[in-house]
Write a protein that binds this ligand. Sequence first.
Ligand code: HEM
Ligand SMILES: *[C@@H]1O[C@H](CO)[C@@H](O)[C@H](O)[C@H]1NC(C)=O
Ligand SMILES: *[C@@H]1O[C@H](CO)[C@@H](O)[C@H](O)[C@H]1NC(C)=O
Ligand SMILES: *[C@@H]1O[C@H](CO)[C@@H](O)[C@H](O)[C@H]1NC(C)=O
Ligand SMILES: CC(=O)N[C@H]1CO[C@H](CO)[C@@H](O)[C@@H]1O
Length: 476
Amino acid sequence: MNFNTLVTRLLAWAFPCTMYNPWGRILHAIFLTTGSVFSLGLILVTYNLLFHPLRQYPGPLLARVSGLWGFRLNLQGRRAHEIVKAHKKYGPVVRIAPNLLSFSDPKAVREIYMNKTFVKASGFYAALTEFEPHIAGKIEALFSQWKRLARSNKAIDIYPWAHMLGFDVIYHLMFGVDPESAKAGKESEVMPWLRAWRPTFNYKEMIPSLEQYGPCVPGKVGHNFRLVQTWKNYAMEIVRECRKTGTKTPFLSRVLDGVDDSLGRVLTDSELAEECMAGMFGGSGTTANTFVYTVWGVLRNPSIVKRLREELKEAFPDRTVMPDSVTCAQLPFLNAVISETLRRYPTITGILPREAVEDTTVSGAHIPKGTNVGTGNLTIHWNETEFPDPLCYNPDRWLTSNAPRHALVPFSVGPRKCIGMSLAELELRIWLAAFFRRFNATLDETMAEEDMEIYDSFSASPLGGKLLLWLEEAED
Ligand code: HEM
Ligand SMILES: *[C@@H]1O[C@H](CO)[C@@H](O)[C@H](O)[C@H]1NC(C)=O
Ligand SMILES: *[C@@H]1O[C@H](CO)[C@@H](O)[C@H](O)[C@H]1NC(C)=O
Ligand SMILES: *[C@@H]1O[C@H](CO)[C@@H](O)[C@H](O)[C@H]1NC(C)=O
Ligand SMILES: CC(=O)N[C@H]1CO[C@H](CO)[C@@H](O)[C@@H]1O
């Protein structure tokens, strides 16, 4: 067993039992005061610094010796940003955790993520066009809410509404039931559970056995685990119900009786529930935040608003008709705007680690077996060579014939890339086209740059958690 795993197991063993029974807590205190943890830490630090196979790679000291660097930044929502900075300081290969390297060269992306011979089956979205009318209907429902609110002569916070729509779409597609939260103007009971999911990952990364004991931990940390457990039970219930009633949505028929590619067997109810949770999580917030960020990016630039509206007006002369995905897919400026949002504000910012199953090289750097490598979207998408003035929101980057498409990877690449990419693109195109065709929107003057900073907790969302707009129905 590798030394790292040994120590992780020791810590995992030491920590949970200290948290769910009083004896454990006393033991834990003794453990701490006698300095055993301290000496364990010292061994670990020495090993990581001097003997670890990745010892020759540069990086922040704390990151080279322990996972605390990433853990702390995760809690502050700044990990992706600090990785960008670390690359500026240390170069194209940076050790961001004892056993994890981050690469900043766009060429590394494909070397890392596409190095597998199999490709994931993707029969999932054959039925997407059939689903388009449901998406259109939900957008109509949302916009009638916005029109109603617009008459009350107050700024509208579109952020929670966008999340309701994102949730309704994915839930309906997955389970064949429309939660109608946007129509009702009230978020689903599932949403708070969904929000609790991500923080539990950060804790499990440090202390893996929280997977089992998390819900027993008192306080806020345990609270998140308890919410996730409630959610899991709910998802298990859905799975059982769907089995009983024989519900066949494209998502469910894929997972209910399909054989999992990587496991080579049918999934258990518990695994299915987790697939459902991953789908709900992966599919709702990402798309919603991309919508919000596009509106933000566009509205701050009057010339972009003007060009977008002109393109839309020509493509959809009757603004009361919902734009269709086929026409939308052919609109150069609309798609440039969406690409630019995905570049400037990618909604998945975490590093997706890949383990080297044998010694290999990435971007010319030697990677010993058993270590992890990855790239992060901010690092790749904010590369100054590919994207001069990277923080500037500029859709024109995508309108030249030699646009650096290879460096735009918001959905990742390779066998584990996003399965929802076509859905997300279709949804965003219709939603944004309809929005800019129908509304004359202005940002509320209280909205500040800081509100829209990327808060990174693997998935990214605006720091302020709001986008206040004044909406007016367009007249032309
Ligand atoms: C703008 C919107 C979206 C972005 C930026 C995005 C991004 C990503 C990325 C980067 C991954 C790779 C994760 C990894 O390598 O482990 C991923 C995976 C995934 N995405 Fe998306 N996604 C979006 C929308 C959606 C939608 C609408 C769905 C709905 C089905 C979805 C479902 C999933 C699922 C289930 C996975 C896991 C795939 C796997 O691990 O095999 N995503 N997404
Ligand atoms: C940016 O991308 C270029 C290649 O397109 C690469 O050579 C360079 O190393 C990248 N910059 C950083 C900081 O990694
Ligand atoms: C994948 O890794 C193997 C082993 O290191 C290497 O020989 C091969 O060229 C890689 N393939 C790609 C596409 O990078
Ligand atoms: C849109 O809003 C701007 C500024 O608020 C206003 O000048 C313009 O007349 C409006 N246009 C339409 C078509 O409603
Ligand atoms: C989480 C993450 O890193 N998301 C995607 C962004 O870009 C990389 C490639 O640079 C993709 O592989 C990731 O999946």
